[in-house]
Write a protein of this length. Structure first.
Length: 331
């Protein structure tokens, strides 16, 4: 059996996030193979140690990259090679520094959404409106939409979990129109002898005709058919369309599809949702992860430039621009 097949089998057996984990661990394993030029069966802990020191010496090796590599190697040795890496002589990982979240305002989001094509706009608005992850959104099926209950069903999200999240009431009518467009595309595919969709796990064997039923179709389909099958939109396509809209709107903030999930969390808390509810909607295991989004869109407190200090009259720090002439020196 090939190494990649063995790695994928062990990841699935341990019920990990199969696609993302497999891609990450296989990528790190290929880096290791290019470095030590040995068959995988001959890898030793010393090879892992030498690789880490090499990339650290070269610089530009982030804490997260190093952690991903070590996790991948620990998994490969323990579950694929059934070998012990031993004790590695490595410097400690740098302390984790929590980055600040980028939270676009609702005005900025309106400017962005109006510049995105219809299909991609619906996907992005569902991310902002309910907080699903990008991968969870593009893999939604038509039957995952429950308009009557204003709910989205997230099947096998991160760590294989299932949950419900909300559909904004203002999106119900646009979503109804979108579903009509989606059904029309499906009927055209069927009329051309296509209309098939890949089913999860072994459902195709259990339900023989399900692959050509509308309820199982991907909610956000790819623009291209592969034979009789139509897959879902990719994460990268959604990211490209969003970046184009952000640039066109003249917004300086770096906004990705995942940023919309951050915006959902912060704005949902500011709108009055309790933190436990937002945790469940986001699918966070730890409440502390959700608490990061409290006040994530603005600094707390106020500046002394905006108030008069006790016993002092208010000072004017900034004069109106029309009373001053702005001059720039040129050389």
């Amino acid at each position: 059996m090939k190494f990649s097949e063995m790695l994928q089998r062990e990841i699935v057996r341990l019920n990990l996030d199969a696609d993302q984990t497999f891609k990450a661990y296989l990528g790190e394993s290929r880096k290791m193979h290019r470095f030590c030029l040995k068959p995988v069966s001959q890898w030793a802990g010393k090879d892992v140690e030498e690789y880490i020191w090499k990339v650290l010496h070269a610089g530009n090796y982030s804490r997260s990259s190093r952690k991903t590599y070590l996790c991948a190697m620990a998994f490969v040795f323990k579950h694929v090679l059934k070998a012990d890496m031993g004790k590695l002589n490595l410097p400690p990982l740098p302390a984790y520094r929590k980055p600040l979240k980028i939270i676009p305002s609702q005005d900025e989001l309106r400017e962005i959404f109006r510049r995105v094509p219809f299909q991609e706009r619906m996907a992005l608005m569902l991310i902002y409106g309910g907080g699903p992850r990008v991968s969870e959104t593009v893999e939604l099926r038509v039957q995952d939409v429950d308009a009557a209950a204003r709910s989205l069903r997230i099947n096998e999200g991160k760590n294989g979990k299932y949950r419900l999240t909300v559909i904004p009431e203002c999106l119900l009518e646009p979503l109804r129109q979108y579903l009509a467009w989606r059904k029309n595309l499906f009927e055209k595919d069927v009329a051309q002898g296509a209309g098939l969709v890949e089913l999860p796990h072994q459902l195709g064997k259990k339900y023989k005709n399900a692959a050509r039923e509308f309820r199982w179709q991907f909610l956000f389909p790819s623009a291209v058919r592969r034979g009789q099958y139509r897959w879902h939109m990719t994460d990268s396509h959604l990211s490209k369309e969003l970046k184009l809209a952000v640039d066109t709107a003249g917004i300086i903030k770096r906004i990705t599809p995942h940023t919309l999930r951050h915006a959902f969390a912060t704005h949902a808390l500011r709108a009055g949702n309790d933190i436990k509810t937002v945790q469940e909607l986001l699918g966070h295991e730890d409440l502390n992860t959700t608490a990061i989004y409290l006040h994530a869109d603005a600094a707390r407190g106020f500046s002394p430039m905006d108030v008069a200090l006790p016993g002092r009259a208010a000072s004017v720090f900034v004069e109106p621009l029309e009373t001053r002439r702005l001059e720039f020196k040129t050389e």
